[in-house]
Design a protein around this ligand. Structure first.
Ligand SMILES: NC(=O)c1ccc[n+]([C@@H]2O[C@H](COP(=O)([O-])OP(=O)(O)OC[C@H]3O[C@@H](n4cnc5c(N)ncnc54)[C@H](OP(=O)(O)O)[C@@H]3O)[C@@H](O)[C@H]2O)c1
Length: 246
């Protein structure tokens, strides 16, 4: 496991956006950031789930979060510009962005892979990340020290049979992270890194491994230390790297 002891309230006065914040790892990360002082913007496609996370953060005494319901499959470049305008208007800044939302698609060999599913996975896992990063970069550049975290996978730097669009999309995610890291290096205070969560007890994992006993897996809360490390100033000089949460 990645070991890191986050200082109390080290994200005080920071504004952090988490995609896919309604469930799984995104939910655990959003709550952990709030617990350490951040104002969290919860973005996702299922409003009821985001509202539940919102209530949990408030009941734990975290600063009031914001909710942005957005379906990454259908959102346009214009929608992301509106997200940026809203964040600027409501908060005046953005210090961190966790790209976490993803789709698994279907498991199976490439020659049988459904083209529409391929496009859907690429849209949510790659194109949406590009559009969102592009729209939010001016706000991130204006922050004194901004962190962009991408979410990769064990199949994101080594291809594996039957992982199809998901595996390819995670290679692209790592590529996006590396290009952004290199472009901003020396130009701004924006750093970009990627996390490979490793097998974690979530809906997506259950979909990929239906026969697996979930109790043998780490929980989203177990893998949060690396998410905290990369969001705070202790990783200020870290850029363009890939981390294993486990
Ligand atoms: N769990 C693992 O073992 C594992 C391993 C390696 C990598 N990962 C990566 O870790 C990240 C989190 O996955 P997870 O395991 O926590 O999965 P999860 O429980 O399925 O959560 C995925 C999140 O993404 C959201 N999402 C999916 N499609 C969306 C769309 N079109 N628009 C907006 N939001 C959308 C989901 O929203 P809804 O809840 O509304 O569906 C959900 O909140 C992913 O990037 C995944 O690839 C996970």
């Amino acid at each position: 496991m990645f070991e890191y002891q986050a200082p109390a309230n080290f994200l005080q006065d920071r504004v952090v956006l988490v995609t896919g914040a309604g469930d799984g790892i995104g939910k655990a990360a959003a709550k952990a950031y709030a617990r350490h002082g951040a104002t969290v913007i919860l973005l996702g496609r299922t409003t009821s789930k985001l509202e539940k996370v919102y209530d949990e953060i408030e009941s734990e005494g975290g600063s009031q979060p914001a909710i942005i319901p957005l379906n990454l499959e259908t959102a346009t470049a214009h929608d992301y510009e509106e997200v940026a305008t809203m964040i600027d208007r409501e908060f005046g800044k953005l210090d961190g962005l966790l790209h976490n939302a993803s789709l698994l698609g279907r498991m199976g060999p490439l020659f049988q892979y459904d083209p529409d599913t391929w496009q859907q996975v690429m849209q949510v896992n790659v194109h949406a990340e590009f559009l969102m990063t592009r729209a939010l970069l001016p706000l991130l550049r204006a922050a004194p020290s901004a962190s962009v975290i991408f979410t990769s996978s064990g199949v994101g730097n080594k291809g594996r049979a039957h992982w199809g669009a998901y595996s390819v999309s995670k290679f692209a995610t790592e590529g996006l992270m590396q290009v952004l890291a290199d472009e901003e290096d020396g130009l701004s205070n924006v750093r970009s890194n990627a996390i490979n969560p490793g097998g974690t007890r979530t809906n997506m994992r259950a979909l990929a491994y239906p026969g697996e006993d979930p109790d043998t897996l780490k929980t989203p809360e177990d893998i949060i230390p690396v998410y905290l490390y990369l969001m705070g100033d202790d990783s200020r000089e870290v850029n363009g790297q890939r981390f294993n949460a486990q």
